[in-house]
Ligand binder design. Structure first.
Ligand code: TXE
Length: 498
């Protein structure tokens, strides 16, 4: 296989890093080399921030009309469609997710660009009726400015697309930094942005470690907004760093998502969805349904069925047509997932299946972890409270609707949750009472570019997608124009001043 060379792109130029250092990107499936990525230095970061600032302050882009920007974003969607296969293959190689899954993800990326192009066309200034005919009072929308867009490794291009597409429609300039583990698809996006006609400096690509490349994007005074998807600990650091210059922050920090099954549910569908919710992409999904809350009366039936099916999930590499889910992203992540499992058992959880690294034939060199079910859990356990981001499903039982809601909300996170019941009124009550950003009723997992995505509580700040996902990148400005200027008359008139 040809080893891809991934470079930085600053001010319209593809470059190696200032000191020529390269990071090896290795497949989580077999540790084989899949790409070599330029590792940006502090000097490269400086150049990129300066380029994005220049492009915003004095380049041609700020003079583009909204219609032109939307046309650009629509062109990007077309080009992504043309190269979808190539990009999916690159992303599958970096992440070791099966090719089919990567293809779905790229289709979603394209849909995101199309959504924001259409949404932008519908963006209008707003007239405010102040009750005085001589006053023209308008709310207009302007770009926030220069943005630092920092992405994770689980859905590398999709998570960046949620940021890049609205930033462009809004008229912002930006520096994107994908995870250092998965840089390849972002480089394809950068190539396409340039081909679509994005002016130099508007979009810039930096690659490399969070501490050296990501951190300056969160503290540099020339950056106006930082949008970040990743872990809670990093999110807190970013928010603190951004505070020094009061940057706008948009944070998506994962979740610990309750998946509630009542005894009156369609159990066949609920069990099947519970398995997908927990083990899709080996649990490396911010909205994974990793906390199963099951009504006591059906606990044994539900958990036995999940355990039996979890044992049969086919782990494999990206090219294996039998693969149902793949490897964890890295050895370090595997160690962390294993620890959550062991800690859970030490705290009293009952291991029903899985619980260890899989070294089945063909998987020995990869970071595979067996789909795991921990029964007899409670909210005091770390494996229930912390996001393990691995294929670990924890099970808690409840006896009443109130208890299900209380358990579902007993988490610092608030990203998503699911509820299964045939009782419509109960479903509505529970959906209303759960403090999470997305609730699925008798379903789990679908999201739409047209619908806002984001978290309550410590799952983050702000929303991506939908309408709000564009407004993150816009400043609302109120322009008040008096068509018949007159004296204010507040202070004493000339005739009466001393
Ligand atoms: O994420 P990090 P990690 C969760 C999941 C996972 C945990 C840690 O629970 O186990 O996070 O994963 C960049 N300033 N999620 O360590 O560190 C980094 O280079 C600026 C949830 O991989 O958050 C990468 O580009 N940037 C999640 C990005 O932040 C910094 C998806 C994410 O890395 C930085 C992934 C810094 N100081 C993990 N430090 C979700 N919400 O979907 C790191 N980065």
């Amino acid at each position: 296989m040809e080893i891809a060379r991934v470079r930085l792109c600053i001010d319209g130029q593809w470059i190696d890093s200032a000191d020529g250092v390269v990071r090896e990107i290795r497949s989580p499936f077999d540790n084989g080399l899949v790409a070599q990525a330029a590792e940006a230095t502090a000097d490269d970061v400086e150049q990129a921030i300066a380029a994005a600032r220049r492009a915003f302050d004095s380049g041609p882009f700020p003079h583009w009309t909204l219609e032109q920007r939307c046309a650009l974003v629509a062109r990007v969607a077309d080009l992504l469609e043309r190269d979808a296969q190539l990009i999916a293959a690159a992303e599958s190689a970096d992440t070791a997710k099966r090719l089919l899954e990567a293809e779905y993800d790229i289709a979603d990326v394209i849909a995101v660009f199309r959504h924001f192009a259409a949404l932008g066309r519908a963006l209008h200034e707003r007239q405010v009726d102040v009750g005085r005919p001589e006053i023209d009072s308008r709310i207009v929308y302007e770009p926030v400015g220069v943005c630092g867009l920092i992405g994770p490794w689980n859905y590398p291009l999709l998570q960046l697309a949620w940021k890049v597409a609205p930033a462009l429609v809004a008229g912002c300039t930006f520096i994107m930094k994908p995870s250092e583990l998965t840089p390849s698809s972002a480089a394809h996006l950068m190539r396409i942005l340039m081909e679509a006609g994005t002016p130099d400096g508007v979009a810039n690509l930096l690659l490399g470690a969070g501490a050296v490349v990501g951190a300056p994007l969160t503290s540099d005074p020339r950056i106006d907004l930082v949008s970040f998807t990743g872990g809670l600990a990093t999110g807190k650091r970013i928010m603190a760093a951004a505070a020094a210059t009061v940057k706008k922050v948009a944070l998506e920090l994962g979740g610990k998502n309750p998946h509630i099954i009542f005894a009156d549910a369609d159990l066949d569908a609920a069990i099947d969805n519970a398995i997908t919710a927990a083990f899709l992409h080996s649990g490396q999904v911010c909205s994974a349904g990793t906390r199963l809350l099951v009504e006591r009366a059906v606990h044994d039936q539900v958990v036995d069925a999940i355990v039996e099916r979890a044992r049969r999930i086919h782990l494999g590499g990206p090219a294996d047509p039998l693969t149902e889910t793949g490897a964890l992203i890295s050895e370090a992540h595997l160690v962390k997932v294993q620890k959550y499992c062991l800690d859970g058992i030490a705290e009293g959880a009952v291991l029903r299946t899985g619980g260890q690294r899989s070294t089945a034939p063909g998987l020995e060199r990869g970071w595979f972890f067996e789909p795991t079910v921990l029964d007899n859990c409670n909210t005091r356990m770390r494996c229930v409270q912390d996001e393990s981001f691995g294929p670990i499903l924890t099970v808690e039982v409840f006896d009443s609707e109130a208890e299900a809601v209380a358990l579902g909300n007993d988490t610092i996170y608030g990203l998503s949750g699911g509820v299964w019941t045939r009782d419509e009124a109960k479903a509505q009550r529970v959906a209303g009472a759960l403090r999470h950003g997305t609730i699925w009723v008798n379903d789990y997992g679908p999201y739409r570019p047209e619908a806002e995505w984001g978290g309550f509580k410590q799952s983050g700040i702000g929303r991506e997608l939908g309408v709000d996902g564009l407004h993150e990148y816009l400043e609302a400005k109120h322009i008040w124009r008096n068509t018949t200027p007159a004296r204010s008359g507040w202070f004493a008139s000339e005739g009466t001043t001393a």
